[in-house]
Design a protein around this ligand. Structure first.
Ligand code: BGC
Length: 539
């Protein structure tokens, strides 16, 4: 194994790192440049929908300040920037027969050129939650599979045609679980549909999220099909989906809680990852939902199965899982951060759902690599410091709990790559800027850069300095990659055999996985060798 003190204990030289954002969270200028409304426009303007009553009309004003944002990225020395395109800026009414807005195309085209001029690789998300309002009004958006799949595929095709000469990294969808559950189940995100009549006059939380999830998977898959058949050969890019999913750790070593952790993973991740990478919905979801879970036709399944070139991973925290409760969106498990002995899992963030637990990040990487066997791109990961919004600027800039968070995950990242042999190819911190944090409005700050919303001035926080320095120091430089005299070995695939289908944390004392099999606690020697070769060759 490569010793931590060795100069070779590093990420491969082609490792991609940077920061991420999303169109509606930063652009503002919602009625400028021919943009049509998205479902977040009016939703965020509706009293009671955001915590501070503020909306996305201005956000971080990045539609106007994009050059400044690029300068900021340059100052951090990033290799890449992940951002999303606003569908309704490109096709204001969204549909397959609706006109393309050349002003919107020009905006993104200039932006992409601006990044490339500075040597920054664009990593582009096609859909980060801002569905054109017109499609919701026309046919209820994601609830209408037949319409939305065609409209989304056409939107994707326009993006490939207009930007694909320069964009080589595409993400079709950001976090389908959030789109489905938060938008159509819990009703806290646009379009805000829910069975809870205090929240919404429309919606059925027992059926709609599963229908929406199905449409999202198919839209993703048909867009990938279009890319692979019509663009990939010429443009040479990669395309995949990015899923949210936090690590699930059994509350204790009782069999029902070990099983509960796996059920949590099945719904949080397997709902989308299993069809895309393994070709079917998880058995547990089929059992839990019966005919409320839509079925794929054989023809659809052929398109869905294998429809992502990599595993796109967004993750923030770890949940301790206890069997019980009736929350289907959590696989009928209860989440807590309080251990059986009463201690907390980690440092509490501003939002209730997030605590800092870096070991969970490493365990999740191992779980995903073992189960889905594809290279992993970490496309989001970050922390919101408690009460940061109430702090004076100087204090907010010294964001020690966020620095601590990134110190932990970067250590977990490098351990997973070098020691466990997990093939991770990219890491993006969330977020480049404090921004419009959806239903939280602007009170929850995830930025590594502070934004003063009065002046829109940007100030780097200590965390931005930490992350930039860390990646500069922990990626092999070309000079450090030793020359090879033999043939280059093929890239290793998943080699480490651990708790493949269970939710057991490696560091736990329990010895049985959810499937009743003994959990392997030590790394396989092959994993170490391949990890070593991989790092050594800079692959
Ligand atoms: C989303 C981001 C969001 C972040 C923090 C992710 O789920 O993709 O848009 O700001 O979490 O809540």
């Amino acid at each position: 194994m490569i010793a931590k003190s060795s100069p070779q204990y590093k990420l491969p030289s082609d490792f991609i790192w940077g920061f991420a954002t999303a169109s509606f969270q930063i652009e503002g200028s919602t009625d400028v440049g021919g943009r049509g409304k998205s479902i977040w426009d009016d939703f965020s303007r509706t009293p009671g929908k955001t915590m501070d009553g503020r909306n996305g009309d201005v956000a971080t004003d990045s539609y106007n300040r994009w050059r400044e944002d690029i300068d900021l990225l340059v100052s951090y020395g990033v290799k890449s920037y992940r951002f999303s395109l606003s569908w309704s800026r490109i096709i204001p009414l969204g549909g397959r027969d609706d006109p393309v807005n050349e002003e919107g195309i020009k905006f993104y085209s200039d932006f992409i050129d601006g990044l490339l001029e500075k040597g920054i690789t664009p990593f582009v998300t096609l859909y980060h939650w801002d569905l054109p309002q017109a499609l919701h009004d026309r046919y209820l958006g994601w609830l209408n599979k037949d319409e939305i799949v065609q409209d989304y595929t056409r939107y994707a095709r326009v993006c490939f045609e207009r930007f694909g000469d320069r964009v080589k990294h595409w993400l079709t969808m950001n976090e389908p679980w959030c789109i489905s559950v938060l938008g159509y189940g819990r009703g806290v995100f646009a379009p805000g549909r829910s069975s809870d009549r205090m929240r919404s006059t429309e919606g059925d939380s027992s059926t709609e999220p599963w229908i929406v999830g199905h449409s999202v998977i198919l839209s993703h898959a048909y867009a990938v099909k279009a890319y692979r058949e019509e663009f990939k050969e010429k443009q040479g890019g990669q395309i995949g989906i990015t899923l949210n999913g936090d690590w699930a750790m059994p509350y204790d070593d009782s069999p029902e809680n070990i099983e509960a952790a796996q059920h949590a993973l099945d719904v949080a991740i397997g709902w989308f990852a299993d069809p895309v990478y393994l070709g079917s919905y998880p058995a547990y979801m089929k059992e839990m939902l019966g005919d409320r879970l839509p079925a794929f036709t054989d023809e659809e399944l052929k398109v869905v199965s294998g429809s992502s070139d990599f595993y796109g991973m967004n993750t923030y925290t770890t949940n301790l899982c206890k069997a019980g409760g009736d929350d289907e969106f959590q696989g009928k498990t209860e989440y807590t951060f309080t251990r059986p002995d009463g201690t907390q899992l980690g440092t509490q963030a501003h939002c209730a759902w997030l605590q800092d637990y870096p070991q969970g990040f490493r365990d999740l990487l191992n779980y995903l690599y073992n189960r889905y066997k594809l290279p992993i791109y970490v496309t989001e990961n970050g922390f919101a410091v408690k009460d940061e919004n109430a702090m004076p600027l100087e204090q907010a800039l010294h964001d020690e709990p966020r620095v601590q968070y990134y110190r932990g995950v970067t250590q977990s990242l490098i351990s997973a790559v070098v020691e466990d042999g997990v093939d991770v190819r990219a890491y993006f911190g969330w977020s480049l800027l404090d921004n419009f944090e959806w239903a939280d409005g602007y009170v929850t700050r995830f930025g590594l850069t502070y934004v003063d919303y009065e002046t829109q001035k940007r100030y780097p926080k200590d965390s931005a300095k930490f992350v930039s320095k860390w990646f500069k120091e922990h990626i092999l430089s070309e000079e450090e990659v030793p020359p090879t005299t033999t043939e280059v070995a093929p890239k290793p695939v998943a080699v480490k055999k651990t708790a493949q289908t269970n939710g057991v944390s490696k560091r736990q004392s329990v010895s049985k996985g959810a499937n009743g099999k003994t959990v392997q606690k030590k790394k396989s020697p092959i994993a170490r060798v391949t990890a070593y070769i991989s790092t050594f060759l800079g692959l």
